[in-house]
Design a protein around this ligand. Structure first.
Ligand SMILES: *Cc1c(COP(=O)(O)O)cnc(C)c1O
Ligand SMILES: [Zn+2]
Length: 436
C-alpha cells in the first residue's frame, strides 16, 4: 500500500494513523486516536481488557478507563487543541474510542461557559459562571455519556442495549442508538418528564414505564439483561458513559485557560457527572496541564432525595437507600447510587461538600436565574444555583472565589412543571394602562 505523506508535518499516513518521523521527543512513535490502555476496578485490584464488552467487575464494582499518560505527554500539548472542532471529540486522545469511524455524534460538547453577573451580584458571588448544558443535543448533558457510550458500544459490536432511566438518559441513549442503528430497550418511572418518553418513542426505542422509581426500573432491566443477553447500559454498569461526562471537566479547564475555578457545583443523582469531572481533573493534573490546586467539588441534592448528603454529614464512605424519595428535579431522584463511594471520595479529596436543597428553594431559584440572566435552566441546575447562594451565605464560598454552577439541561424539557397564569384578551380588547 502506498503511504500518503502529510507535507506540513512530515508525517506518513499508514492506514488511519499518522507516524511522525524525526520530531524531537516524539521518537517516531505512532500517534493513536485514543490512548486507552485498560479497564481497572474502582474498588479492587482487577484489570480488564477494553477489546471486549465489559460490565461490572467480578466484585460488583464499576470499572474505570485507564489511559497511557506517559505517551500522551509526549504527543499532545494543550496548544494542539486550538483549532480542533468545538465538540467533546476534540479530546479524542483522552476518550476510549479507538477508531474515528466508530464515532456516533450529533455535535455534542464545548457548551458555553457564561458569566452570570446579575445572579452573581444577587448572591454575593462576583465570579459566578454557568456551564450551560441546556444547548446540547437532546437538551441535557446526558448526550455526552450517550455519545461516548454508544460510540464505544458500536466499536465493540453491540447490537442491542437496555437501560433504566429517570428520563433524560433514556432519551439521549435512544436517539444516539438510532444514529448508530442500534436497538435500545428503555425502562423509566411513570412520573418521569413526559417529553423524555416521546424522545425515546420517536427514536424507535422499545420503551416501558414502571409504576415505581429508577431503582425498580433497574431491577427489571437487570433481569432482562440476563434473560435476553443484552448489553447493560445502566449507570456505571458499562465503563464508558463516565468518559463522556468527564469532558465537562476537560472543557471547564480549557475554557478557564488551563486554570481551574475554586468551586464547581454539580446536581448529583447517580453522581457520574461529578465522578467524571473529578476524573478529568486528575487526568489533566497527571498530564501537567493544570496545577496541584483542584476545585472544591460540591454534590447538590434535593431534600426529598439526599442519600449522598446524609452519608457525607455522617462521614460515611457509602450511602444508604433513601426511602420514598421525591423531588421535582427528576434527574437527581436516585435513592441509591452504585458509585456513591466514588462521589464521596471526590468530595473528600477536594475539600468539597454535599448540600440538600428543598423543591421550593430550587423552583424560586429557577425563576430568578431566568429573570436575572435570561437562562431557562432545568430544576437540577436551579438546585445548584440555590446551593451556591446558601454556601455563600454561610461563608463556605469565600469572597472573590470563582464558582462554576453546572446547569445540566434545558428548562424547556420540564416546562410541564411551571404554572403560567397570564391574562387572556378578546381580539377587540386593549392592554390595561400601566405606569412606567
Ligand atoms: C441525570 C441528570 C442529573 C444527574 O446526573 P448524574 O451524573 O447521574 O448525577 C442532573 N441533571 C439532569 C438534568 C439529569 O438529567
Ligand atoms: Zn473489583
Amino acid at each position: 500500500m502506498a503511504n500518503k505523506k502529510n507535507m506540513k508535518t512530515g508525517a506518513e499516513l499508514v492506514g488511519n494513523e499518522y507516524i511522525l518521523n524525526g520530531q524531537p521527543g516524539k521518537g517516531g512513535k505512532e500517534m493513536s486516536f485514543s490512548y486507552i490502555s485498560h479497564l481497572y476496578c474502582s474498588a479492587c485490584e482487577r484489570k480488564y481488557s477494553t477489546k471486549e464488552k465489559q460490565q461490572l467487575c467480578e466484585c460488583g464494582s464499576p470499572l474505570l478507563v485507564a489511559y497511557e499518560f506517559d505517551e500522551i505527554k509526549g504527543q499532545l500539548k494543550p496548544g494542539d487543541l486550538v483549532g480542533r472542532e468545538a465538540s467533546l471529540w476534540r479530546y479524542h486522545e483522552l476518550l476510549p474510542v479507538e477508531e474515528e469511524k466508530n464515532i456516533v455524534s450529533l455535535g455534542e460538547g464545548m457548551t458555553p461557559l457564561l458569566r452570570m453577573p446579575r445572579a452573581g451580584q444577587d448572591m454575593g458571588i462576583e465570579n459566578l459562571y454557568m456551564k450551560d448544558e441546556g444547548t446540547i443535543p437532546t437538551g441535557t448533558f446526558k448526550a455526552r455519556g450517550a455519545a461516548v457510550g454508544i460510540s464505544k458500544a458500536k466499536e465493540l459490536g453491540v447490537r442491542h442495549l437496555a437501560m433504566p432511566t429517570n428520563g433524560n438518559a433514556g432519551a439521549a441513549w435512544s436517539l444516539y442508538a438510532a444514529r448508530a442503528n442500534m436497538k435500545a430497550t428503555i425502562v423509566m418511572p411513570v412520573d418521569a418528564p413526559v417529553v423524555t418518553r416521546k424522545e425515546c418513542v420517536i427514536a424507535g426505542a422499545e420503551l416501558y414505564l414502571v409504576d415505581g422509581l429508577i431503582s425498580d426500573a433497574g431491577k427489571i432491566v437487570s433481569k432482562a439483561v440476563k434473560e435476553f443477553n443484552l448489553y447493560d447500559a445502566s449507570t456505571l454498569k458499562e465503563p464508558y458513559r463516565i468518559e463522556g461526562k468527564k469532558t465537562m471537566g476537560l472543557e471547564i479547564a480549557e475554557q478557564f485557560g488551563w486554570k481551574v475555578p475554586d468551586v464547581i457545583l454539580y446536581p448529583t443523582g447517580g453522581g457520574v457527572g461529578l465522578i467524571g469531572i473529578y476524573k478529568a481533573l486528575i487526568e489533566l493534573h497527571t498530564l501537567g496541564w493544570i496545577g496541584d490546586e483542584l476545585p472544591r467539588l460540591v454534590a447538590v441534592q434535593a431534600e426529598g432525595c439526599a442519600p449522598i448528603v446524609k452519608a457525607w454529614n455522617q462521614k460515611k464512605p457509602y450511602s444508604e437507600f433513601w426511602e420514598s424519595s421525591s423531588t421535582v428535579a427528576f434527574g437527581i431522584n436516585v435513592p441509591k447510587a452504585l458509585g456513591d463511594f466514588l462521589v464521596l471520595d471526590a468530595i473528600n479529596k477536594t475539600d468539597g461538600c454535599a448540600i440538600a436543597i428543598s423543591d421550593e428553594e430550587l423552583v424560586a431559584e429557577q425563576q430568578k436565574v431566568a429573570t436575572q440572566e435570561g437562562a431557562f435552566i432545568c430544576p437540577e441546575g436551579a438546585a445548584v444555583f440555590a446551593a451556591a447562594r446558601q454556601l455563600r451565605e454561610n461563608g463556605w464560598i469565600k469572597d472573590g472565589e470563582s464558582v462554576v454552577a453546572l446547569n445540566t439541561g434545558s428548562g424547556v424539557k420540564y416546562s410541564d412543571l411551571l404554572s403560567c397564569a397570564v391574562p387572556i384578551l378578546q381580539p377587540d380588547e386593549g392592554l390595561p394602562f400601566r405606569q412606567g
